[in-house]
Every structure is written in structure tokens, then in C-alpha cells.
Design a protein around this ligand. Structure first.
Ligand code: FAD
Length: 329
């Protein structure tokens, strides 16, 4: 059988694969089927839960390579990379996929260098053509799409969240769990301090199906409450433009755009955001785009599916009230 399609597991640090893994495993299953190959998950963690392992099987992994131990948390690229490279050397996977997350982006770049293999970062589409993987990825801040292929396997790719069709869990499917003996090197980096993000109670920006985003038009950090009220009614994450982040109104992790996060939710609602190309680079693949701006000439209206020309301080509370009524029905 052809080498397997590996999926690197991104977890919540509590032993559970993140939601995005349904998308990575779903896409890997679709492509591996065309190659007559299996899908396998590779999970480095200090604590895997049995529910997490069960879920990976239900989402399509035939086998889970479980590398479990205290050396694997917190994530250190210099520790993870040689271990995965060693396993890849023995098992010869055909492809290695991972979601676009902070640590997987770094890990996959390191792994590609270690394996002397190619990496398509931030892929938005994947296909098998003439028996080889072809990836589509945005370039020039999303203005162009490039198609890339690999000179040889393994084909490494990171997959943009919220783009690929998630696997439907199959309750009866189970993965064979394999715990290979590996020697994890001691890293030269050590953890000095860990600060937990204080929870906003709202979904995580990159995983949210709905994102409400605010820009300079909000006029100050205190006014983000207007968007948070709307977000809590519709179950959205709150993002921001760089202008709002540079002004110190929101932390950088909430910035959407070329130098921030790339999101692709089902619904993006922008309030007081002009629609600069660098902002669009981070949200233009959203399924439905709605913009609220008092300037009818604002560039964001060019890519918006729905536009409201008006004052966000009037429109946002009205939307909150109306959504609340609708959702309570
Ligand atoms: C290298 C580089 C990288 C960059 N990376 C990013 C990035 O990652 N993300 C990003 O967002 N930007 C990025 N930028 C900055 C980008 O070019 C814009 O400056 C920024 O996106 C503008 O933010 P904004 O839309 O909030 O502000 P503005 O462009 O000032 O727009 C504010 C909008 O609010 C509207 N408005 C004002 N008051 C109201 C109201 N009461 N009701 C309704 N509408 C109102 C105005 O009509 C206006 O359209 C980058 C720039 C560079 C050069």
C-alpha cells in the first residue's frame, strides 16, 4: 500500500484534538482514498485522553502514532522535529498535513527543512493530479492564488482553518493506537513563564464560525462592548483591524489581516473598518461578508455580500436586538 497520509494533531493542551482536526482528517481521507492510502494521525502530547484518541479514529484516522511524554509539553520545535523526522524516516508517509496554527506552522517549516521536503503553507485547496498532490495557496496578500506541486514526497502542507470540509464522525470507526519508542532530545530552550489567556467566554478567533470585527471607526477601546454584546448573542468571536490593534484597543492576537490572523468563518461582520488590502488578506475567504460603514465609498463594500451604510453605534445595537429576538424564537 502507498505511504500513509499523516495528520499532525493540534490539541487543546488538555488531551483533546481541536475542532480543526476534523477538517484536516476529512481532507486527508478524501485525498488518501484517491491514492489507495490510509490516513494516520501523529500526536505529540504529555497527556492524551481516551476520548481524544477515540475521536481521531471516528474522524478517519486508521492509526494514531502516539508520542506521549513530559518532554513533548510545552511544545518545542527542537524537540518535536527530530522525533517526527525519525518516525517519518521509518514509515515513509506520502503526505504530512497540519492545520495552520502557531505551533504547527513552525513545526512544519522545521520538519520540511529536516526532511529536505517541500511545504505548501496556508493551503486553501488540495487535489491529486496525475498521482501527485497539487496545492492552491494565496500569495501577495491574497491578491493571487498560486498552484504548487512537489518534486518528491513526502508532501508537506498546512491547511487553512474553516476552508476544508470537516469529516463527519463515524461512531463505529476506531484507530489502532501505536506508541513507538523514540528518544526525545533535551531541548536547549526552557520555559520561563506561562501566562494563560483570560477567557472572554467567546469562541477562539481562528475557529469561530461567526466573527464580528471592529476598526478605527469604533473610536476607542471602551466601545468594543458594543461588538461584544452582538458577539455573545450570535456566538461570534471578536476580531479587530490593525488600526484598532496599533491604537492599543485590542491585543495583537485579535488582529485580522496580512500581519495578523487569517480567518475564513461562515459569516464575517466588519464594523468601522475601511477594507484596506492588508485587512482583506486575512478575511476575504469568509463565506459571507457583511460590512457596516458610514462611508458609502469604503472599499470593504466592494467585497461585501451585504453592506449597511450607517453609523455602527446605531446599527450594531439594532442588529443585537434583532438577532436576539430571532434566536429566542
Ligand atoms: C505592511 C502592512 C501590513 C498591514 N497589516 C494589516 C493587518 O494585518 N490587518 C489590518 O487590518 N491592517 C493592516 N495594515 C493596515 C491597513 O493598511 C489599514 O491601515 C488598516 O486596516 C485600517 O484599519 P481600519 O479599517 O480600522 O481604519 P481606517 O482605514 O481608518 O477605517 C475606519 C473606517 O471606519 C469608518 N467609520 C468611522 N466612524 C464610523 C461609524 N461611527 N460608523 C461606521 N463606520 C465608521 C470610516 O468611514 C472608515 O472607513 C497593514 C499595513 C501595512 C503597510
Amino acid at each position: 500500500m502507498a505511504g500513509a497520509f499523516w495528520c499532525m494533531v493540534e490539541d487543546d493542551r488538555q488531551g483533546n484534538p481541536k475542532k480543526v482536526m476534523a477538517e484536516v482528517l476529512g481532507e486527508a481521507t478524501r485525498l488518501a482514498g484517491q491514492q489507495g492510502a490510509d490516513v494516520e494521525a501523529v500526536w505529540l502530547t504529555d497527556k492524551a485522553t481516551s476520548e481524544g484518541l477515540k475521536l481521531l479514529g471516528e474522524l478517519g484516522a486508521k492509526r494514531v502514532w502516539l508520542l506521549e511524554g513530559p518532554a513533548f509539553a510545552p511544545y518545542k520545535g527542537e524537540v518535536w522535529t527530530p522525533v517526527i523526522a525519525e518516525l517519518a524516516g521509518k514509515e515513509s508517509p506520502q503526505a504530512i498535513f497540519a492545520p495552520v496554527t502557531t505551533r504547527q506552522r513552525e513545526l512544519m517549516a522545521r520538519l520540511a527543512a529536516r526532511l529536505g521536503a517541500g511545504l505548501s503553507a496556508d493551503s486553501t485547496a488540495l487535489a491529486i493530479e496525475d498521482g501527485k498532490l497539487v496545492a492552491t495557496r494565496p500569495v501577495y496578500a491574497g491578491k493571487l492564488l498560486s498552484k504548487v506541486t512537489w518534486a518528491r514526497s513526502p508532501w508537506l502542507a498546512t491547511l487553512r482553518p474553516n476552508v476544508f470540509r470537516p469529516a463527519e464522525p463515524q461512531p463505529n470507526a476506531a484507530a489502532h493506537v501505536e506508541c513507538p519508542a523514540v528518544s526525545a532530545p533535551t531541548g536547549s530552550m526552557s520555559l520561563v513563564e506561562r501566562r494563560e489567556e483570560s477567557s472572554t467566554g467567546l469562541p477562539e478567533l481562528a475557529e469561530a464560525e461567526i466573527v464580528v470585527s471592529g476598526g478605527r471607526g469604533l473610536k476607542g477601546p471602551e466601545n468594543f462592548v458594543v461588538l461584544e454584546a452582538l458577539a455573545s448573542v450570535v456566538g461570534a468571536a471578536v476580531g479587530a483591524s490593525r488600526a484598532a490593534v496599533d491604537a492599543g484597543w485590542r491585543p495583537h492576537r485579535f488582529q485580522i489581516g496580512q500581519t495578523g490572523r487569517t480567518i475564513s468563518p461562515k459569516l464575517y461582520m466588519g464594523f468601522g473598518i475601511s477594507g484596506a488590502i492588508q485587512h482583506l488578506a486575512g478575511m476575504r475567504t469568509s463565506k459571507v461578508i457583511c460590512a457596516v460603514n458610514k462611508d458609502p465609498e469604503a472599499p470593504i463594500f466592494k467585497i461585501a455580500d451585504y453592506g449597511i451604510v450607517g453609523d455602527l453605534f446605531e446599527v450594531a445595537p439594532l442588529l443585537t436586538t434583532e438577532f436576539k429576538k430571532l434566536l429566542e424564537k
